[in-house]
Design a protein around this ligand. Structure first.
Ligand SMILES: Nc1ncnc2c1ncn2[C@@H]1O[C@H](COP(=O)(O)OP(=O)(O)OP(=O)(O)O)[C@@H](O)[C@H]1O
Ligand SMILES: [Mg+2]
Length: 231
């Protein structure tokens, strides 16, 4: 098990009995960055990882799909534009195959080591894109996702929210999803906002339209609040 140095910020707010100056094991946890294309997920994940490392946390940066070598191959299959695109159900199963591997090989071991795992997309994306975007049967999507997660769920999901059109203007990628029409992306955004409304303890909605540093400060405040709750 890795021992993780607590930040002074964190230590200052801990009860005296837990402030003895010894390094204490931090319980590992999973934090997901979600949002529409170009919302700033990858940018904010990188900034948050650097800030957490500077405070002494062990951090693992990862993403879906593509957090493992097999996942990287699945990412190409599911996201690249092709003349023979996967059917919606095939697409769902490819994402879930990626998640199975990702949880077993990256997420679970890192949490067990006490790391803070930051993932660029997770289950909420599957439910929003395949459930609401593609309009596959929602109960099927959620049931299959729950089977694959096997109890693993983010302690916090940061929803970087912006209008779908603004995100698409920012986004640099040109994968199959960037080519979907605006109504598709608006359904995805509305779905994310609905999850956050229904699970206010697990989600933080952050206005992603502001300057990077301003968004970063809100991300970091939410992450630190979550980590403090768990110590
Ligand atoms: N707050 C911001 N203001 C302006 N531009 C930003 C902001 N945050 C990120 N960007 C820029 O917008 C683009 C998209 O950002 P980023 O790649 O982080 O988004 P993303 O959500 O990861 O996108 P994707 O869904 O395509 O992976 C990048 O060029 C990035 O530098
Ligand atoms: Mg990205």
């Amino acid at each position: 098990m890795v021992r993780v140095r607590r930040s002074s910020v964190l230590r200052a707010r801990l009860p005296r009995s837990r402030r003895r100056g010894r390094a204490t094991q931090h319980p590992g946890c999973l934090i997901a960055f979600e949002g529409v294309e170009g919302a700033g997920k990858s940018t904010q994940l990188r900034l948050a990882a650097a800030a957490l490392r500077a405070q002494g946390f062990a951090v693992v940066e990862t993403r879906e799909p593509g957090g493992t070598p097999l996942g990287a191959a699945l990412r190409r299959l599911v996201m690249h534009r092709t003349a023979d695109p996967p059917r919606p159900m095939t697409e769902l199963l490819l994402y879930l195959a990626d998640r199975t591997q990702h949880i077993a090989d990256i997420i679970q071991p890192a949490i067990e080591r006490g790391a803070v795992v930051l993932t660029d997309r997770f289950s909420a994306s599957t439910i929003a894109y395949q459930g609401y975007g593609r309009q596959l049967d929602l109960r099927t999507v959620m049931r299959l996702d729950a089977i694959v997660r096997h109890g693993v769920s983010p302690a916090l999901t940061l929803l970087l929210d912006c209008p779908a059109a603004s995100g698409l203007r920012r986004a640099r990628g040109d994968d199959r999803f960037h080519r979907e029409d605006l109504a598709f992306h608006e359904r995805v955004r509305a779905a994310f906002l609905g999850f956050a409304r229904r699970q206010p303890r697990r989600y933080r909605v952050i206005d992603a339209t502001g300057p990077r540093q301003h968004v970063h400060q809100q991300v970091l405040d939410s992450v630190m609040q979550c980590l403090r709750r768990r110590t």
